[in-house]
Design a protein. Structure first.
Length: 265
């Protein structure tokens, strides 16, 4: 089995694959101060709740955009699973060529998104990831990553609004029934949800025009489900797309089973 760990600025997603099948996944809060032992014991506990034996994990793959936790995750993998983890490197993709001006600036998360997207849905393709940032990743008909856009995330923007407006407060980010809000809660929900739908649709329309033809759009990330049906340009939602890309990169770049060492637990 393959343990996959996707570390984002806000959330960390952990999953377990048996071959190409994702058995289970969890979305957690990213905690930069956790030790290797804390990660190890916590992941062991998650696995045990689903009846997955620790010894069945023979590989660990990591996509990480928080450099301060990288060494901790590597130590955890070695101590608790007996393997050296494979980590996706920013700016490196043998599966989808990075046809941009500065490939070294393309983060591991975006590489996993485009690899997962092309593997599952083909190209041309636009992947929209609703995370701490809202990222748009464009892959042309030749299967090359040609760039995209980065906007603030929905939660990031709403938190910034609340922090700067004394009389506004945090609300649940749900789609209101109407665009015209009748109270403070629905005013904020309308501004964020319909506002972001407009942002997404506007950017996708421009990107599709520049790409010169019909382009499939797949959404992923923590709030992708809420935008389904709100943003008209989203064709598909796959909450596990980044993990799928991470598994694909692991299989193509590290095909041999790693040698196990003794584990502790």
């Amino acid at each position: 089995m393959l343990l996959v760990i996707e570390v984002g600025n806000t959330n960390t997603k952990i999953g377990v694959f048996s071959g190409p099948r994702l058995l289970v996944s969890w979305r957690l809060t990213t905690r930069r101060e956790q030790t290797a032992d804390e990660y190890g014991v916590f992941i062991q506990t998650l696995l045990s709740t689903r009846g997955i034996e620790q010894q069945r994990v023979t590989g660990v793959a990591i996509s990480n955009v928080v450099p301060t936790v990288q060494q901790t995750l590597e130590a955890m993998s070695d101590a608790y699973f007996g393997v050296q983890p494979f980590s996706v490197e920013p700016g490196r993709s043998d599966t989808v060529p990075l046809a941009v001006e500065a490939p070294q600036e393309v983060g591991a998360d975006r590489i996993c998104d485009i690899v997962g997207g092309v593997t599952l849905y083909g190209s041309p393709l636009i992947v929209v990831n609703f995370g701490t940032a809202t990222t748009f990743d464009c892959v042309n008909a030749r299967g090359e990553f040609i760039g995209g856009a980065i906007a603030p995330g929905l939660v990031t923007a709403s938190e910034a609004l609340i922090s700067r407006a004394a009389r506004l407060y945090r609300v649940e980010l749900l789609q209101p029934k109407e665009a015209i809000g009748r109270n403070t809660v629905t005013n904020i929900q309308s501004g964020v949800m319909y506002g972001w739908a407009g942002l997404v649709d506007g950017l996708i329309d421009r990107m599709r025009a520049e790409m010169g033809g019909p382009v499939k759009v797949v959404a992923t990330g923590g709030l992708a489900g809420q935008l389904r049906g709100v943003a008209r340009t989203i064709d598909l939602v796959n909450q596990d797309l980044t993990l799928e890309g991470l598994r694909t990169i692991w299989e193509r770049e590290n095909p041999q089973e790693p040698r196990r060492a003794s584990t502790q637990g």
